[in-house]
Design a protein around this ligand. Sequence first.
Ligand code: FAD
Length: 394
Amino acid sequence: SRPKVVVIGGGSGGATAARYIAHDSAAEIEVTLIEPTRQYYTCYFSNLYIAGFWDYDDLAHGYGRLAARNGINVVHDWAVAVDREARQVRLAGGSALPYDRLVISPGIDFVEDSVPGWSVAAQNAMPHAYRAGSQTRLLRDQLMEMREGGVFCLVAPPHPYRCPPGPYERICMVAHLLKQRNPKAKILLVDPKPGFPKQALFEEAWQRHYGGMIERIGPESGSSTISVDPDTMTVDIDGHSETVDVCNVIPAQKAGHIAEVAGLTDDSGWAPVHPGDMTSRRDTAIHVLGDAADQGDMPKSGFAANSQAKVAANAICHALLGQRAFPARYMNTCWSLLGPEDGVKVGAVYEPKDGRIRTVDSFISTRDEDAQTRQATFRESVDWYHAITTDMFS
Ligand code: FAD
């Protein structure tokens, strides 16, 4: 019978891996993809939905084509356990799936109590909107209904977290929405970090597009001792209490729970991997992709997860079928939208070095670019969105 690969998680890493393994092996490997949801909502471009540039449905992707065109078994269920000895994945529905190789790309979970007062039980009062879908819609609804002149507060996460520029792009996109609908509103960014990615580009845009709307509170002003109270909608910063109208708490993050259940994570909460093929340092029959992996210099992004999935797919076809293995090389670009058609980017190329994935070349947009360059960068990001979702779902 054909060798078996089970993939846990049908997101940026998992869907790409399933499709490339099925395709590159010319269906000689039996691929099963486990994903609980029937519609995957991308986090990428979810900030543009919040701003009103995109529709909610533009973010949704189903698994029908992926299954039908590539012969992948898509099982809509949760993986609840991995028996590494027996090489089986157990599903919530009770069945057990045997594997020769396992791919895990479950994304993130939130660290309990990382923002005192906030818990997953409070996510409707204070949404994170950091896993896309209903949370993203809730945050947009709350912003649309915010009282005139109200306060929006975003609590940013500590490193490492998914999409390093994501919270700051969100500030831009919320500011864009409020500038149109509620121009007297205020935006409070509470950030435990002293700095953040593309900071000079973001801060310049906050002045230029949204002058006077945005206030940032960093560690120098007490952001490292913050707590929230979802019942009273207050944010306590270094002993000073602020009442806010909409509060977007993005907590500290760790690998998706199943990676921990499978015994693949370490004290950091992330799953260490080998840089040449993304195999787990705990079990070389398992590849951990995307946000859940602790690999080195690559940011936790959809682009990165997609790039890692292709390397893992090649390694799996090599291991199970003896196909030619190519040396690992990874890529990433993170685009961010600052204002209408005002796009910037940061990116790099990576290779394995000294046991980690290391940057070998990088680029970043500059502050003095003209409007035409920014528009071209924005259009490039839209092209990328269609390219990656085609790569994952068709
Ligand atoms: P995901 O894509 O989250 O997929 C994980 C999947 O696993 C989910 O579908 C989940 O349902 C499933 N799963 C979890 N547990 C189980 C289980 N036990 N059993 C079965 N299935 C399970 N990245 C970019 O490259 N560009 C961007 O512009 C960008 N913008 C972003 C903006 C925002 C606001 C945010 C929050 C993120 C953004 N990202 C962006 C980051 C990107 O979304 C993630 O880094 C990427 O999706 C990670 O891929 P993944 O495969 O690790 O996880």
